[in-house]
Design a protein around this ligand. Structure first.
Ligand code: NAD
Length: 470
């Protein structure tokens, strides 16, 4: 596919291969953008920002509403592309397309609700005869930089709210998964988005992404990706608004009174969806000593029965990781844990980009599979003496994106909600749960700001105070 720049689809001689990670076959190619392309994208977005700000809320709602409908009309085709380039099973890819439709729909609804507030100015000493109110105005040019693992819905979580609030967007999708982002552009243009309202350029994050983020004309960066890259972006961003949705090593705590069957179901979905390549994957399973053996007895056979294979086959439950090098990294971390005394209860091998679903017992806080973000199909099991120990272990991380606890004890659940340092807390479910309207984002090194259309719009707009003096 070509990229969409300054109102036109354009090709470039230098191109990037997009491959299917299951077999390394090239599915398509996309242009490799240059520094000149970034300059053109930002310049046209400055013009586009004027066009977008002139649309009414109702017009922006109509564009997004229509885009949501067109997305569903193209669901199967887009899901196939998504599954092929990312590696997630076709079932999960289809759910992602449906969620993306909802993210556009929710964003469209918010376009009609951009209000301000009346300011009670006469509460200030000596203030009389003044009327004050706030206005929310678009930031102007929004840069959206997105990761590979939800290459459609996470783009919709940025592009939807940006359009809803009247901004122009410069989008830079991940180089492994640019095709669905480009298909989204087709959908938005077909839905009536003014062509200058968005550019989508494909190319190296280190070169193109960095240049976009450092440009002073870009007034807002919305980034989802790794902590390392988030840090690099913050260094070059200068004075502009920044949202950072970063990684994690999320804990799932199981207290002695947990419903074990429910824990097994939640652990499987939280640990192995998208081959563990989800920012809120359950990575650390912190289990009370009393319940440990019973839980493992039920969990291990279920993990062993996960059907792994070609992601486009309807029965496949787990596909390849996005790159061979990622599978090799996860494999190496697991082998390292084993050499440090942990026990591999199941899985542990890799073949090309396929890493087996793996459970590691007797994991210790200093092991890499506990401390760092694994971002693969592996869960490390740690034992906890009691709730205090479990909460301390959950908080023993520089991350804080999502956490789950299983308990029937309301007091324990409330303590967990109050004391665990995490942006999302789930009682009686795993850390991997999100619906697209809720405020979503991390604490500590997991990020800054919130997504979810209503909350993202606050971050993509600026507030003005207006005072009428009479
Ligand atoms: P990544 O950080 O490697 O890349 C993300 C994007 O940044 C890509 O488009 C990449 O090209 C671009 N990029 C790379 N270097 C850049 C630079 N110097 N300047 C600007 N842009 C640059 O992440 P990834 O491997 O694609 O995705 C996995 C990571 O994303 C994991 O850490 C995961 O936890 C995180 N993630 C977080 C959330 C969340 O909501 N918190 C959601 C999904 C993924």
């Amino acid at each position: 596919m070509d990229f969409f720049l300054a109102g036109k689809w354009q090709g470039r001689e230098q191109r990037i291969d997009v491959t299917n990670p299951a077999n390394n076959e090239v599915i398509d190619t996309v242009p490799n953008a240059s520094a000149d392309d970034v300059e053109i994208a930002v310049r046209s977005a400055v013009d586009g920002a004027t066009v977008m700000a002139a649309l009414t809320g109702y017009e922006r709602f109509r564009i997004l509403r229509r885009a949501a409908d067109l997305m569903i009309e193209r669901r199967d085709e887009i899901a196939r592309t998504l599954s092929s380039e990312e590696g997630k099973p076709i079932r999960e890819a289809t759910v992602e397309v449906e969620r993306s439709m909802q993210s556009l729909e929710l964003s469209g609804e918010e376009a009609k609700r951009l209000g301000g507030e009346v300011l009670p100015l006469d509460g200030g000493q000596g203030v009389q005869q003044k009327l004050g109110f706030t206005l929310r105005v678009p930031c102007g040019v929004v840069a959206a930089i997105t990761p590979f693992n939800f290459p459609l819905n996470l783009v919709c979580h940025k592009v939807g709210p940006a359009i809803a609030s009247g901004n122009a967007v410069v989008l830079k999708p991940a180089s492994d998964t640019p095709l669905v982002a480009l298909k989204l552009i087709e959908v938005l243009l077909d839905a009536g988005l003014p062509p200058l309202g968005i550019s989508c350029i494909t190319g190296s994050g280190r070169v193109v992404g960095k240049q976009i983020c450092g440009d002073r004309r870009v007034r807002k960066i919305s980034f989802t990706g790794s902590q390392d890259v988030g840090q690099q972006i913050c260094k070059v961003a200068g004075i502009k608004k920044v949202t950072m949705e970063l990684g994690a090593n999320s804990p799932l705590i199981v207290l002695p009174d947990a419903d074990i069957d429910k824990v097994v179901t939640a652990t499987l979905s939280s640990g192995f969806a998208n081959a563990g390549q989800v920012c809120i994957s359950a990575q650390r399973l912190i289990v009370a000593d009393e319940i440990h053996d019973e839980l493992m007895g039920k969990l291990i056979p279920k993990i062993e029965s996960i059907v792994s294979g070609d992601q486009l086959e309807p029965d496949t439950e787990m596909g390849p990781m996005v790159r061979v090098s990622d599978a090799q990294r996860v494999h190496a971390w697991i082998k390292e844990a084993a050499s440090e005394g942990a026990k591999i209860a199941c899985g542990g091998q890799c073949d090309g980009a396929f890493m087996q679903p793996t459970l590691v017992l007797d994991a210790k806080p200093e092991m890499k599979i506990v401390r760092e973000e694994l971002f693969g199909p592996g869960i490390a099991v740690c034992s906890a003496r009691d709730i205090d120990d479990a909460i301390r272990m959950a908080n023993d991380s520089h991350y804080g994106l999502s956490a789950g606890v299983f308990t029937q004890d309301i007091d324990a659940a409330v303590r967990f909600a109050k004391e665990v340092h995490s942006g999302n807390i789930h009682i009686n479910w795993g850390p991997m749960w999100r619906t697209d309207l809720m405020p979503y984002g991390g604490l500590k090194a997991s990020g800054i700001g919130k997504e979810g259309p209503k909350y993202a719009i606050e971050e993509m707009t600026e507030m003005k105070s207006v005072v009428i003096h009479s």
